[in-house]
Design a protein around this ligand. Structure first.
Ligand code: C5P
Length: 401
């Protein structure tokens, strides 16, 4: 199943390092070639000789080795692989990775690689639970790093809890899933996501806006990309980093968002998460700032913006197979969202309560209801990242049928 796949196996310093020798063997039995990198801490547990003997290749240990740099530099090492696996991934290796440190061979490879990285953490349960480690894991997840394990149970230090290196068959399964697309169910699918607010200029310095942070749309774009989709994220003005692998188009107004979405077509799915302003100034922004005057308060003469979601849903030719809308409601959430699905003509509506007390707008958590033709599914309150992953799975399932 892993015929011809090249795996760079970085072995960190942990009692579980010996299991990586077995992992290397099992990967090779399945047709993969394995190249080993052993960190200085890893060498306290297993030797370069055992890694080299098992892999049938040199075991790479030093960043500044003239011989290796001449024959096989860290850049080449990091590129001549189809997947980089770290097992065991220690708290220290993960901290370096999360912060972009590169002061030894393993961390330099990890910073230089353009390949998918998968980590199998192993450490003491308290080290795992430590806020710093959890923060680093969150960063690594956001960076698109795949993770297998850790398991829970009796640890080598005598304590019990999470921190055990994943079992070899589980690591093999995760690696095979990566190559067979098990973890990338949206490979080959093109998906457009809109996110954030729009700003509609009133004059050169003022604009109409709303409280959308873009967090949910960005998280969804990241989750879809991690599932292998080719994602174009059309974003209104937000202060968020682009998720890994995502193509981002920045816009300001609803008209610009509409145009950017149209030029990103055709697509297999379009997910409209953006809180698009309903109205804009009829006469445009004008060249001059509005002045206070004796005539009183100026009236804002507004006109309607294009409804991007409705436009996509009602396309007669080249309509994306799946069009998804979001319904931000402050009351009668499900009832209003059901009506919205009919009115917009989209396939699925994700409804959420954005009343002030819910804390959804700008917050990190969200509780959503999934409304389709066949009914309503209510999900528990989750972090926006988890909502995104679950939605990406629903989108993958829907597109697969
Ligand atoms: O009509 P309402 O704004 O409540 O509908 C929300 C849904 O419609 C969201 O998915 C939003 O992205 C989409 N929408 C749009 N273009 C608009 C207004 C809303 O795509 N002009």
């Amino acid at each position: 199943m892993l015929d011809g796949k090249r795996i760079l196996l970085i072995i960190g310093g942990g009692v579980a390092a010996y299991k990586s020798l077995d992992l290397a063997r099992r990967l090779m039995e399945r047709g993969a070639s394995v190249r080993g990198v052993l960190t200085p801490a890893g060498q306290q547990f297993i030797t370069p000789m055992s890694v080299a003997s098992l892999t049938g290749d040199e075991c790479y240990i030093e960043l500044f080795s003239l011989k290796d740099e001449a024959e096989m530099g860290h850049i080449r090492l990091s590129r001549e692989a189809d997947l980089v696996v770290i097992a065991p991934a220690t708290a220290d290796l993960m901290a370096k990775m999360a912060n972009g440190l590169a002061n030894d061979l393993a961390s330099t490879i990890l910073l230089a690689t353009d390949k998918q990285v998968m980590i199998a953490p192993a450490m003491n349960a308290e080290m795992w639970a430590n806020k710093a480690t959890q923060r680093n894991i969150e960063t690594l997840r956001r960076d698109g790093i795949l993770m297998v394990g850790p398991g829970a149970g009796m640890l080598a230090c005598g304590e019990v809890g999470p921190g055990r290196l994943a079992e070899v068959p589980d690591m093999i399964e995760a690696i095979e899933d990566f190559f067979t697309g098990g973890l990338r169910p949206l490979a080959g699918k093109k998906i457009i996501v809109t996110a954030g607010p729009t700003h509609e200029p009133i004059d050169p310095v003022r604009y109409i806006a709303n409280r959308s942070s873009g967090k949910q749309g960005f998280a969804l774009a990241g989750a879809l990309s991690a599932f292998g989709a080719d994602v174009t994220l059309v974003s209104g003005p937000v202060t968020l980093d682009t998720p890994p692998g995502v193509t981002r188009v920045d816009v300001e107004t609803a008209l610009e968002m509409d145009a950017a979405v149209k030029s990103a077509l055709p697509a297999d799915a379009a997910i409209c998460v953006a809180a698009v302003a309903d109205w804009r100034m009829k006469a445009g922004a004008g060249g001059e700032k509005l002045k206070k005057s004796k005539e009183g308060i100026p009236a804002l003469d507004l006109c309607e913006n294009p409804d991007i979601l409705k436009g996509l849903s009602s396309m007669t030719e080249g309509r994306p197979a799946l069009v998804v809308g979001f319904a931000a409601e402050t009351e009668k959430v499900i009832e209003h969202a059901k009506a919205k699905r009919e009115r917009k003509g989209c396939d699925l509506i994700v409804a959420n309560d954005v009343s002030h007390s819910s804390g959804v707008m700008g917050g990190d958590d969200n509780q959503v209801h999934i409304i389709t033709e066949s009914g309503v599914e209510s999900w528990p309150s989750m972090r926006k990242d988890d909502v995104a992953r679950a939605l990406a799975q629903t989108i993958a399932d829907t597109l697969a049928h």
